[in-house]
Design a protein around this ligand. Structure first.
Ligand code: 13P
Ligand code: SF4
Length: 322
């Protein structure tokens, strides 16, 4: 880790390079707090995967530095092929993306040609190229409701918990891929029930990638930005948060004085203070951002036929939420 002095020096160099290279930093709520703060300080942006995609597309910068995981960089490149998209660490991926290989997914789609193919944002460009719609957790319910109203049956991939939640809420006919997020899958319903007994006034906030036993106990189910909004706007003083604990940084900034309690995972104990933290989001750091800018490392590329096809399903979502 960088010493405080080194941190200051690296930040100053990043700020100068962002300006010089007409670049902007776009980060997800789960990345390190220093990176989130730097994004805001330099005219960049921190949000959920839907808003990151929109911000990158609409910003005039020539270079986008995307601090998050690979699918977020790919979405930025798919929407803005004329921009240079760099990531602090190209190995920062996602268990949902890893668990949904494009060739297996294509076979699944081929076997069910009567279904509309709806994929979660957390997938590769090649999987998106095979889909009709992309959705994120903030708009998935609305889009599936829309498709159901049109009489469509759905093929859903890859997150089984989010898929099951949407199926239950909408009553849509959904055939599911069997994927999961290694972070949210660890939240435990039984332990949450016990924790709630100790904090009867707390509002329970849950990301829908969590298991059903956890979602069932939620007061609010939503994307990262929807959970953040709930903390800011709710009159409650205490919250149990079932999502990656990287988001607590922004929650504390925007709702100072409120008590935030991490929802229990299998590993929560006195010795594990950050069990619910995505190992791939954690690969993003200040030094990685500086390396992108200094050396041009971490550039995202997507071959043109794949990009053009994948853009169709992202645009359909962006037009729908516009
Ligand atoms: P959001 O779109 O809610 O930010 O989720 C992205 C993600 O990777 C959650 O684990
Ligand atoms: Fe993927 Fe889960 Fe990490 Fe989000 S938190 S990037 S869904 S592994």
């Amino acid at each position: 880790p960088l010493s405080p002095d080194e941190k200051t020096r690296v930040k100053e160099r990043i700020k100068a390079e962002l300006k010089r290279q007409n670049a902007v930093l776009v980060a997800h709520y789960y990345v390190d707090g220093d990176l989130q703060d730097l994004a805001w300080e330099t005219g960049g942006f921190v949000s959920d995967s839907l808003e990151m995609a929109r911000f990158g597309r609409d910003h005039a910068a020539q270079t986008l530095i995307v601090a998050g995981v690979k699918f977020m960089g790919e979405s930025a490149k798919i929407l803005s092929p004329e921009k240079r998209v760099l990531m602090p660490d190209l190995d920062a991926t996602c268990s949902l993306d890893l668990g949904c290989a494009a060739d297996d997914f294509a076979k699944f789609c081929d076997a069910h040609p009567d279904r509309k193919v709806v994929v979660y944002a957390n997938t590769s460009a090649a999987v998106k190229a095979r889909a009709d719609w992309m959705v994120t957790s903030s708009c998935a319910l609305a889009i599936v409701n829309h498709l159901k109203a049109q009489g469509e049956k759905i093929l859903w991939a890859p997150d089984r918990h989010l898929g099951r939640y949407i199926e239950k809420q909408t009553g849509a006919d959904m055939l599911m891929w069997n994927g999961a997020c290694i972070v949210h899958d660890e939240f435990k319903g039984l332990e949450l029930d016990l924790l709630k007994k100790d904090h009867p006034e707390a509002l329970v906030l849950v990301h829908p990638e969590s298991p059903e036993s956890v979602v069932n106990q939620a007061d609010v189910v939503g994307s990262t930005s929807q959970l953040l909004k709930a903390v800011i706007e709710s009159p409650a003083r205490e919250f149990i948060v079932a999502t990656d604990n990287g988001i607590l940084h922004r929650m504390r900034q925007l709702a100072p004085g409120k008590t935030l309690i991490e929802a229990p995972t299998a590993g929560n104990s006195a010795t594990c203070k950050s069990c619910a933290h995505c190992p791939w989001m954690a690969m993003n750091g200040l030094q990685g951002v500086l390396d992108c800018l200094d050396k041009g490392t971490g550039e995202i590329t997507v071959d043109e036929p794949t990009r053009a096809k994948a853009k169709g399903c992202i645009d359909r979502m962006l037009d729908f939420v516009a």
